[in-house]
Design a protein around this ligand. Structure first.
Ligand code: G6P
Length: 367
């Protein structure tokens, strides 16, 4: 087993470090002449133009990838997109018809609820696209179309690289859909693709120095409750950041849409409550900052993640982590890395069994 970990202390850490390569394989195989290419002959541009609504259905981390995917698809294509938890979708008689595309996301391709949701969507006449990591898995076989992610085998129960490549495929899909529907021009699409090309190198840069995140984890390791805040893409990502922490460190945490906090949850913010604030989107930066200030004035200990070059007002955060400047809509694919590392180091420092957290299974093939 030590050999399989290639010198890393845990599979999870190894898999976090494998992300630049996994992202490069997943993205590069879908770019042609600087444009996104789905390699799905039946999903022609005409078929893409005919899609009226999209449903993204999945469980766990894959569902969280869907939350980012929804934000990207709606932003780039204006196609109404919903995200559903598979176990909810399958029992609520969902409104789905033949003009809808149902995107099923699954690392293993074997999750029972997700497979059942896929079958239901087909029965209702929708076309189904599976985004799956395991080749030939049940979900891959049952879907009309498949886009594989190239994460390679993921051993750690807590998903890291599989989430990132799910995001990558969802972004590539969104770009192709936007191009087909004319909501992006070729030039605009090429610019986004150029940014995707830079991603593996930026990830390498982030992974080259993880000491700072480890240090932050050492400062927060004894907390018992924690909040993740963000808006838009940052909110979608915060769900996954929070889940990672809960899964492996057993620290309770909640991801909250920053603007929603005041409608109840802020009553939980007291002196010393840790808040992880994500603020990578320019248009809503000020809004998020003002929500963070609301927590700070109630005594929160804040770590703020934002982009290099933005001005962070004094006294809004105890610690500021700045990420490289990068295309804003793709920021979740960068910011996920420090959030994974933070969860990882918190769990390690607390002596948890990082790769095999209690009560969890890598793949859930029962209801
Ligand atoms: C399990 C795993 C999660 C995973 C979920 C969905 O609960 O512990 O990490 O996100 O199943 O798995 P899938 O293979 O469908 O992505």
């Amino acid at each position: 087993e030590a050999a399989e970990k290639s010198g890393y202390a845990h599979f999870m850490l190894k898999e976090i470090h494998e992300q630049p390569r996994a992202m490069a394989s997943t993205i590069n195989s879908r770019l042609e002449n600087g444009l996104p290419e789905l390699h799905l002959p039946e999903l022609t541009d005409e078929a893409l133009r005919g899609i009226e609504r999209i449903h993204i259905v999945a469980c766990g981390t894959a569902m969280h990838a869907g939350m980012v995917g929804k934000t990207a698809i709606e932003r780039l294509t204006r196609v109404p997109t919903e995200v559903d938890i598979a176990s909810e979708f399958r029992y609520r008689d969902p409104i789905v018809d033949k003009n809808d595309l149902v995107i099923i996301v699954s690392q293993s391709g074997e999750t029972l609820d997700t497979l059942a949701a896929l079958k239901l969507a087909k029965e209702k006449g929708a076309r189904t696209l599976a985004i799956v990591n395991v080749v030939g898995s049940s979900i891959a076989r049952a879907a009309d179309y498949v886009m594989y992610t190239y994460a390679g085998p993921e051993i750690a129960v807590a998903s890291t690289k599989a989430y990132s490549v799910q995001l990558a495929v969802l972004y590539v899909f969104a770009l192709r859909l936007a191009l087909a529907r004319g909501t992006l021009t070729k030039e605009e699409t090429r610019r986004y693709v150029g940014e995707l090309d830079r991603l593996p190198q930026l990830l390498e840069g982030l992974l080259a120095d993880t000491e700072h995140i480890k240090y932050l984890a050492s400062l927060f390791m004894n907390c018992e409750d924690l909040f993740y805040l963000g808006r838009g893409f940052d909110y979608a990502l915060s769900l996954e950041g929070s889940l990672k922490l809960k899964e492996i460190s057993y620290i309770h945490s909640e991801a909250y849409a920053a603007g929603e906090l005041k409608h109840g949850t802020i009553s939980l913010i007291v002196d010393g409550t840790p808040v992880i604030a994500l603020a990578t989107q320019d248009a809503i930066f000020e809004k998020t900052i003002s929500n963070v200030k609301e927590t700070k004035s109630r005594g929160a200990r804040v770590i703020l993640f934002c982009k290099e070059g933005v001005e962070v007002p004094q006294d809004v955060a105890d610690y500021v982590v700045k990420l490289p400047r990068y295309e804003e809509i793709f920021m979740p694919m960068l910011l996920v890395v420090p959030l994974q590392l933070f969860a990882y180091y918190m769990a390690v420092l607390r002596g948890c069994d990082v790769d095999k957290p209690r009560n969890l299974a890598k793949s859930v093939t029962v209801e």
